[in-house]
Each structure stands twice: as structure tokens, then as C-alpha cells.
Design a binder for this molecule. Sequence first.
Ligand SMILES: Cc1cc2nc3c(=O)[nH]c(=O)nc-3n(C[C@H](O)[C@H](O)[C@H](O)COP(=O)(O)OP(=O)(O)OC[C@H]3O[C@@H](n4cnc5c(N)ncnc54)[C@H](O)[C@@H]3O)c2cc1C
Ligand code: FES
Length: 252
Amino acid sequence: MSDVVRIKRISQESKDTSTLAFDWGAHTVPGQFIMVWIPGIDEIPMSLSSTGSEKTVTVRKVGDATSAIHALQEGDRIGVRGPYGNGFDLNGLRTLVVGGGVGMAPLMPVLRTVYADLVIGARSADEILFEEEARRYCSNVEISTDDGSLGFHGNAVQLAEAMMDKGDYEQVIACGPEVMLHYLFQACERRGLPCQLSLERYMKCAVGICGSCMLGRERVCIDGPVFDSERLRMLPEFGRSRRDPAGRIVDL
Ligand SMILES: Cc1cc2nc3c(=O)[nH]c(=O)nc-3n(C[C@H](O)[C@H](O)[C@H](O)COP(=O)(O)OP(=O)(O)OC[C@H]3O[C@@H](n4cnc5c(N)ncnc54)[C@H](O)[C@@H]3O)c2cc1C
Ligand code: FES
């Protein structure tokens, strides 16, 4: 489904991250993403940070397209197509959710749907996203910052490992920088704990045709972006390399 939608509301989440809300009737599930088209600039993948009839995307400014999105005003229009990808399997297991940076975006619909404990990680306190809203859904929200400005002084994986050792979790669901996800996956493997991780790759078509999002033999746009432990074990590129816009394999 593809549409042009009007931005209803823009909320500043942190100095470089904003959430855009728009009405769009497409049926979506937590963990899916859409392609956002900014006329004259680019079309880029964005996770849905809300999946009701009012949808939101939460955008961190890193380059041309995301800067153009940050320059938009309420009332402006963007193109959206999707939803794409598989989403998380919300299976009723006792869950620890781990979000790093803007990786919190696709996890918010999960937290609104299931009961879970949560680790939010960021470089510093001013980059922690969605803490207030998350505390409405989760009784146990723990924060980690790399610089120690809030919560646990260290990274989200170290904090998650301490929680795994204390809690009786049956699975881990996470999104964030791939290096973080790689170490989190290894921590889960050591404990025999299954996980579902949402990964990112460079995307052009989002429908499985162009191959730009290849990760091993998987196309992240249609086979992912969520991968479970069984599939992650079969992906030697996970946590090590990605493809650049020209399709060359580069180190992460
Ligand atoms: C399935 C999926 C869901 C995503 N969801 C979100 C989301 O909810 N919120 C959000 O802010 N971003 C999300 N992204 C990442 C987002 O698509 C990129 O940040 C965006 O395409 C960058 O476009 P740009 O033109 O602004 O930057 P570019 O000019 O393309 O790149 C600028 C810099 O950012 C780096 N960069 C580009 N893409 C990525 C990336 N995927 N990860 C890390 N660094 C990157 C480049 O290497 C470069 O150094 C998602 C990506 C995927 C594949
Ligand atoms: S983005 Fe084209 S195959 Fe995935």
C-alpha cells in the first residue's frame, strides 16, 4: 500500500531524534517498517514506532534524507509505502526487551502489546528515548548510559546480562546498533536464551527484488528485519559486515 500522508504532529524526543505522527489506515504489526519518501531527496526505511490507525516514525538525523525529514513541519506531506517485513513473534513468553538508541522505535509497539521488562541504553542521559512512556507499560525499566550520566554506567548488554542472571526470562527481544545486538546475541547463546533481533541493512526496493539488503542468503526487507536465534546462527555476516549502497561488503 502506498499513500501520501499529512504530518499531524512532530515531537522532539532528543536533540537529534523526532517522532512524526500521521493517520494511515494500513494494518501493521509490531516490528514492521515502512519506506518514507521525501520528494526530491530519497526514500528510506523507517520502523513504525506506533502501529494503530495513527502511525508514527521516530527518526534520528544522520544524513541527507533524515535531515530533510527533520526539516519538515506539521501539515507537510510525505510518501509512505508498506508495511514491510515480518515483525516480532509476540508469543507470550516472559520477555526482556533491550533497546539501544533509536532502536527503541520498533520496540514501543511491542511494549504496548505485551508485558515485559526493559533495558534502554544510550550514550548519555539526553539520548535516552521513550523512558516516560515505557514506564507506563513496564514495571521494571532499567537505564544504561555509556558515560554514566543516568542509570547503570556501562552498555545495555552488560546491564541486560545482569538482568538475565537475576530474572527468569524465556526470551530477549531487541533492536539497536548491530555491534550491541551481536554481543547481546552471544550473551543469550551462553545462557541458552532464545532471542528475536531487529536488524538493519541498506534498502532500496523493500520488496525483495534489488538485493541491496542481503545478509548472507537472507533479504532483510522480506526475510527480516526480525531474525530469531536459529537464523542468526546461520548468518556469519551478522555483527561483522554489511553492504554499502554500491553493494560492496564493508566492515561494520
Ligand atoms: C528496517 C529498517 C528500519 C529502520 N528504522 C529506523 C528508525 O526507526 N529510525 C531511524 O532513525 N532510522 C531507522 N533506520 C535507519 C535509517 O533508514 C537510516 O538512518 C537512513 O536511511 C539514513 O538516511 P540518510 O540519507 O539520512 O543518511 P545517509 O546519507 O544515507 O547516511 C549518513 C550516515 O549514516 C549512516 N547510515 C546510513 N544508514 C544507516 C543505518 N541503517 N544504520 C546506521 N547508520 C546508517 C551512513 O553510513 C552514513 O555514515 C532503519 C533502517 C532499516 C533498514
Ligand atoms: S531492499 Fe531490495 S531486496 Fe531488500
